[in-house]
Each structure stands twice: as structure tokens, then as C-alpha cells.
Design a protein around this ligand. Sequence first.
Ligand SMILES: Nc1ncnc2c1ncn2[C@@H]1O[C@H](COP(=O)(O)OP(=O)(O)OP(=O)(O)O)[C@@H](O)[C@H]1O
Ligand SMILES: [Mg+2]
Length: 382
Amino acid sequence: MPTHDEILKSLEAVIDPELRRSIVELGMVRSIDQHPDGSVDVTVSLTTPGCPIRSTFETAVRTAVGALDGVTSVGVAFDVLSADEKAGLQQKLGRGSLPAGALAQVSNVVCIGSGKGGVGKSTITANLAAALAAEGKTVGVLDADVWGYSIPRMFGVQGRPPVTPDRKIQPFEAGGVKIMSIGFFVEEDSAVVWRGPMLHKALTQFLEDVAWGELDFLLVDLPPGTGDVSMTLAQLLPQAKFVIVTTPQATAQKVARRSAEMAHKVNLEVGAVIENMAGFVTPSGERFAIFGEGGGAELADELDVPLLARVPLTMPLREQADAGIPLVVTDPDDPAAQSIRQAARGLIAMFPVELPVFQAAAPADAVGSGAPEPVGISLPMA
Ligand SMILES: Nc1ncnc2c1ncn2[C@@H]1O[C@H](COP(=O)(O)OP(=O)(O)OP(=O)(O)O)[C@@H](O)[C@H]1O
Ligand SMILES: [Mg+2]
């Protein structure tokens, strides 16, 4: 017969698919009762009574505990976490400081990262945002590169953002894209050392105290590498998807893979790869693979995620980044702009919009007879 601790240990294999941690770590194992006949009863505490992943838990608990030597049967019961317990859970998830409503109107958060610097994350982020806006999406860009911010320059915005009467920071807007960056708050070219709790606080504020409003996409431009910022954001934004930018070079791809591993470690889901600097075409049509070939496709294959685009090197892409208006706005037909627009459409496809489910109205005689009220959206009738 296994010990209580052995049973608890086996339950570490049961992962909450939404919170992406084990139910043991989340403190959701309410009780374990062992009986002389070898049967074990486990009670799992859920965050809400109608938890849709209940049956997932039931199967996973049965499998995990049932596999232990000496266990003859497993009973699974459920109850609900108290308000205090839920607050404790939020604290544990590092989201104690990010209130539930902070990003309530933001549908999708996409972090753009890379293993090494200078591969074009910020350029891609700025143009991707502009391309999403051109597709009719509402978009915000959070420049999370607190040490080497470049988003303000790429959108040609500067100054100190205004604060709304309810003490929220109003993001700047350029070409229909909402923009927030640490660059708006520090002296130009001053070296700011953001670390540890200060860094955590700054990023939390950017998510919590900025009036992002309703957004289809919030793109987050990460600093290069796999450091503190990514860790903090992973904690604050467990639902975010990670898009990795890499050059076609084999060595770059290797570094990019490391950032994918980091993303896995902090439970951020890698959603896609974008290859940048994928060749250069001369005006006469000759193509040079300056940074090699194939790294993006290989990485995407390996991670089993889509390769959203292979963005070529073009001078206008760099020039427009310096000039402060994204190339997809000034010349959407440039090969690099076309490619980034394709990536934007791929990104949209990655996040299918959930359509509201309509339910047929209950027959008139059912109303008031104890039958459940029909739920759904009522259309305004003339
Ligand atoms: N496809 C491209 N064609 C031409 N120039 C490009 C391309 N992609 C990026 N660049 C240029 O390369 C430089 C580096 O790009 P960018 O700043 O976007 O990289 P990054 O990955 O954000 O860098 P960091 O790691 O420092 O944040 C910039 O001058 C940018 O204009
Ligand atoms: Mg950058």
C-alpha cells in the first residue's frame, strides 16, 4: 500500500490545463483517504463549481493514483475552493498584484521574443502591429525591452503619456496602434537598471495601470534572451503565446531553440516562428542568402508550430523603422512588408474568434414551469 506522501507525489502528474501547474502545487488536493481494501478516495478542489475541466481531472487522478502498487480502486470527488483559498492561489500564481480586470478587454497577448539580439524583433513587432491594424484589428504594443527600448522610435512617438482622471496611463496612439514603453518615462539614453522587484513592478504597472481598453491583440516586444522580463511576464500572463523570431542561420536557430526551452520552462506556449533577414534580392532580381537558409523552417518543424513568414532583408524596412512609420503603412507592397502582412494574417488565424452560441428560445409553455431559462444573446427586435 503506498503512503500518503507517495499518493500526493503521484498527483503531481495531474496538471491543471489552464493554470499549467500541478494540482499539488496549486493546493487543489483537498483530501486523500486510504481504505484497508486498497481503495483510495481523492477530493480535488476546483476554482469554480462548473469547472469545464472536471472530467480531465477525474481521468488524470484515476490514472496517476491507480498506477501505484497496491491501489485497487480510485474514487474522485470534487469541491470548490473558498474565497480565501482562491486569493491564496492567485498570490501563489504571482498574479496577486494583477487584478482580474486588468487586461479583461484584451483578447490575445502575444510575446515576440528571440534567443539573441538584433534579429529584428522590434521591427517585426512594430510592423506586425501596423499590419494587424490594417486588417481591422484593435492592437496595442507593449515595449517590454526595458533596457533597450526601440518601439517609440519605430512609431515616431515620444513624450510623457497623459494620465486619465481615474489614474490610468493613457497609451500613445500611432496609426491606430496603442503604444506603451518605458522609453516614455526615462531620460533619453539614460541607462536604467531595472531588476528584481522594481522590474516586476514596472511590468505589472504596464499591464495593470495602462488604459489598454478593448484590444484584439496586445503584442509584447521582449528584450533579447531568456532573462527576468520573460520570467515575470510568464508569471503575469500565463495565457500569452510566444512567437520566436530567428534568422535563417543554423547558429541563430540554436539560440532561438534555447528561448523556446525557456518558454516551456516558464509555461509560456510557443505559438509560432517568424524567420527574419531571409535573403536579399537585388534590384536586378538576384537573390543572396546573406544569413543562410532554412533556420526558421527547421525550428518551426522542431517545435511543431507554424512558420508564419520568411521576411526578406530590404532597405526600406530598416529605413522606415528609423523614420518612425512602419513600412507596412508606407509601402505595403515591399517584399518585407508583404511577408509581415502574411504573418499578421497567420497570427489572426492562430486565434480563432469564439462566436457566441445562440440557443433556441424555450417554448412558451416551458417558461415558468421550472425549466431552465434560455441563455444567450438577445437580438434587439424592432
Ligand atoms: N528584414 C530586415 N531588413 C532590413 N533591416 C532589418 C530587417 N529586420 C531588422 N532590420 C534592421 O536590423 C536592426 C535590428 O533590428 P531590431 O532592432 O528590430 O532587432 P531586435 O531583435 O529588436 O534587437 P534587440 O535585440 O536589440 O531588441 C534595425 O536597424 C532594423 O531596422
Ligand atoms: Mg528590440
